[in-house]
Design a protein. Sequence first.
Length: 348
Amino acid sequence: MAPILVAILLALPAGYFLFPRLRQWIKNYLPLGKPSLPPPTEIVSLRIYPVKSCRGIQVQQTQLLAQGLDLDRRWMLVDATTLEFLTIRQIPEMTLINTALSPDSSTLILSIAGPSTTTPIEIPTRPDQPWLDANTTLATGVKIWGSLTDGYLYSADLTAPFSSFLGRPVRLVYKGPTPRIAQGNGAPHLLGRSQPVNFPDVHPVLIASESSLADLNARLAEPIPIERFRPNIVVRGGVPWSEDVWKLVRLVGSGDSTSTPTNSSGGLEIDIVARCARCQVPNVDADSAQKHPAQPWNTLVSYRRVDEGIKWKPCFGMLGAPREEGVVKVGMRLEVLALGEHKYIKGF
């Protein structure tokens, strides 16, 4: 064997461990050991949460927009004085505020669960500018995770029932006209585009797998529903946790023309930008607002701290940034187009 070839073969193992770029090149361009793409799976549930941290709504179909599913986290409750966002993290009772849509989806109906005598609040889902000018005030100092954005503040009178229920003055706010751009793993310099978002923590879409939930529930004394994780798109899933390495997925219909995206690729592509690092919100029972002192947090921590970018938090679900807009329906297929590693980057 030629001396030069021998030297190369001897150097490759050392280079693999010493030089990250060489290691990545081998992973990308040598087929040996590369995992095959998983088979398609089915979308079994679509969920929107019109008001951040309040109860969600299951829908059979909706629009996938750049900002996420239509109407998802378009509103949120803020402290009436500081205009800082409020969530289940501080106020578990927020999960007892129900959201519903009128039959024609033109009206958002907000009510308090249980034996409440409060009259439901009804507001238009797509208020035009004259309505906003007459019924709200545009504020530029709305705070979410330390950053500022704008939003239309509804009157204190309108949200008085929620202030009373939550035991503190709150205001309802509707996302303003200035784009809020995703950060962290979805920041423009990483994603290659500026991805607008409404009021999620960071990214537009959360995808969760029933098979991964089943794996978690098999370890819990009391199984929990997928709702605890507040996903937007729920898929049946295959191998539990195989979604950890998804990088690009495509939602594909059954030939129905209504599922045609804004481009002609034949599906709706979503960049999977990060794993969803979890806080203790899933410990809160959505029906009672009671927070379990340990579960599922302790179990998740025991085996789901899988992202070296945020080692102290467990992960469940994948965060995505839509490339295209179009109709998404329960029953559509989710196809995985690319796999790769993820390393969490804080987005707030």
